[in-house]
Design a protein around this ligand. Structure first.
Ligand code: ACM
Length: 554
């Protein structure tokens, strides 16, 4: 909120007529906090003189160079780095918030101000959307454009929330580096800043852990591509894949360059059958029985034996390696949908619960996390990570975990988020309905096989109001919003894209734009520019808000 106020104040000072964002007809997504349209246009010449203020590690210049790599091939305009009177100027303004920026375009000049490289990055995303062809956002030329121009405009912008996330489940299906990078590109274009990477599941473990090689030798592979559910039966194909640590580091750099933090999720102790199948001797509650990577959808009862000290050691070791790969603020330890049946029938688990003085088996899970948290607390400061959990952990006694954890609220999300905030914890809104954007996005007959009934339309997703009715005193606990993509039914990356877009744009706007500036009618109009972007970027997208014909569906 502070960021927005600072930038709006800055804009008001320049005595221009006030025009609220929704009244402009510029195809910007997410809608900026404040837009004032001016008169005339700026026209790019074959050479553009640019200036960027100095910054640590020359990182403003690096942002500009990244922009140039798409802008120049698309438009034919070359940059000439020159003096302070340059035509396009990137100037530091320490009064703006970390992600805020101002963008002023007149027929003569382009001036961008921000306090941090992220602000400049976001200003340049906005600038790209103001160009006459969306091809420019993908670095693709457009021969129909005779002259590359920008409308005169004054924008003062800052995000509503600091957390604007997207989660991809690669436990169920593995898509690979190229597809993940494509999603990161799209998130960056929409000014999203957290990629939550769901890396482990009952059906597959997708990240190399050097201390436990069987996690990827055994846990990354299963005997069916399609996951059994109802009348759908496993097909017997050997299927799987995983990211080496080198792959993951490459993706980390790619995301970092685009101001996106990766939040790796290792979902333990539930949703862990692939791990249990890899090391049943110390992870299984019943090591005497056979265990295999799961071939079905749903929630497996084959959870980690949290009472085994070797299971705790395993989790600590995994956290240590994750910490080395992902240099960001958070690690997500899952915590959703963890059946306690096997604990109820295991003598060591029964004994541990008694020692804890509880009769709620969920408290075994909390105790497990508490030990991992204590391990993390002993690390040097730069290796410490904040922990995130799905909201089911609130069903246990969370007191041992303290307040310094974050709850990702998905089931009964609004109530769960308020519960977390009242307990003094931070929270993120990722309501299953309508932010699980793997669900069918329309009732059209050609909608791909997935979950849901087609009611999670772009409009339904857009119209969710984050933090509605939340008392002022709790609002600071709400970090932001996140869309989630679960992949039980989605075997190929093209279908992931089809279901993700354009709904991700709707969530991005909820995360960025002040609620007072949001209107679905206006959004749908602005959205009409996006298919050109998706086509240039080589990304599939849902068609139901762009006119319905069968041949447009894939
Ligand atoms: C979840 O949807 N199981 C977090």
């Amino acid at each position: 909120m502070k960021n927005i106020k600072a930038t709006i104040t800055a804009l008001c000072l320049c005595a221009a007529p006030t025009i609220f964002a929704q009244q402009n007809n510029l195809p910007l997504i997410p809608q900026p906090a404040k837009v004032v349209q001016g008169d005339g246009t700026f026209t790019f010449s074959p050479t553009l003189k640019v200036w960027a203020d100095a910054y640590d590690g020359d990182s403003i210049k690096l942002v500009l160079q990244q922009f140039e790599q798409k802008f120049t091939p698309a438009t034919g305009t070359h940059f000439k780095y020159g003096g302070k009177s340059a035509t396009m100027q990137l100037r530091c303004n320490k009064h703006l918030g970390n992600e805020a920026y101002t963008l002023n375009v007149t027929p003569k000049q382009i001036v961008i101000e921000a306090a941090k490289p992220a602000g400049f990055f976001y200003a340049l995303q906005t600038l790209q959307q103001l160009l006459p062809s969306r091809n420019a956002m993908a670095g693709v030329p457009d021969s129909t454009i005779a002259s590359w121009t920008l409308p005169a405009v004054s924008i003062a912008d800052a995000p509503r929330f600091g957390w604007r996330g997207f989660m991809l489940d690669e436990g169920r299906h593995f898509y690979g580096k190229r597809e993940v990078m494509k999603i990161i590109d799209m998130m960056a274009a929409y000014k999203m800043n957290r990629f939550h990477w769901h890396l482990t599941e009952d059906q597959g473990w997708r990240i190399e852990i050097k201390k436990y090689p069987k996690l990827t030798e055994v846990g990354a592979w299963r005997h069916s591509r399609t996951l059994g559910y109802g009348e759908t039966v496993p097909d017997g194909e050997r299927y799987g894949g995983y990211y080496t640590q080198a792959d993951a580091r490459e993706i980390v750099k790619y995301a970092r360059d685009r101001f996106i933090e990766i939040v790796p999720e290792v979902d333990i102790p539930g949703h862990s059958q692939a791990a249990v199948a890899s090391y049943p001797e110390f992870l299984a509650c019943d090591p005497q029985n056979p265990h295999q990577v799961w071939l079905y959808q749903g929630v497996s009862a084959d959870v980690i034996n949290v009472s085994n000290p070797r299971a705790v050691q395993f989790a600590n070791d995994v956290i240590d390696e994750l910490t080395g790969i992902f240099p960001f603020s958070y690690i997500h330890l899952g915590g959703d949908e963890c059946p306690v049946y096997k604990w109820q029938h295991n003598a060591d688990c029964q004994k541990q619960l008694k020692e804890l003085g509880s009769d709620n088996y969920r408290d075994l899970q909390i105790n497990f996390y508490h030990q991992l948290q204590q391990h993390m607390a002993q690390k040097p400061q730069h290796e410490q990570r904040k922990l995130i959990f799905w909201n089911e952990v609130l069903h246990g006694n969370t007191a041992p975990l303290g307040k310094d954890i974050t709850i990702m609220a998905w089931i009964g999300a609004d109530a769960a988020a308020q519960d977390a905030a009242k307990r003094g914890m931070n929270t993120i809104l990722s309501p299953q309905i309508p932010y699980y954007i793997n669900r069918r996005q329309s009732k059209d007959v050609w909608e791909p096989r997935s979950q849901g009934w087609g009611t999670e339309t772009v409009e339904a997703v857009y119209n969710y109001v984050p933090m509605k009715g939340v008392p002022d005193a709790l609002q600071s606990k709400y970090l932001g919003v996140q869309a989630n993509f679960w992949t039980e039914w989605v075997e190929d990356a093209s279908t992931v894209q089809y279901l993700t877009f354009p709904r991700l744009a709707a969530v991005a706007e909820a995360g960025w734009t002040p609620q007072s500036e949001r209107s679905y009618t206006n959004f749908e109009q602005r959205l009409q520019a996006e298919p050109a972007f998706y086509k240039a970027a080589g990304v599939n997208y849902g068609k139901h808000v762009f006119g319905k014909t069968k041949d447009k569906a894939q």
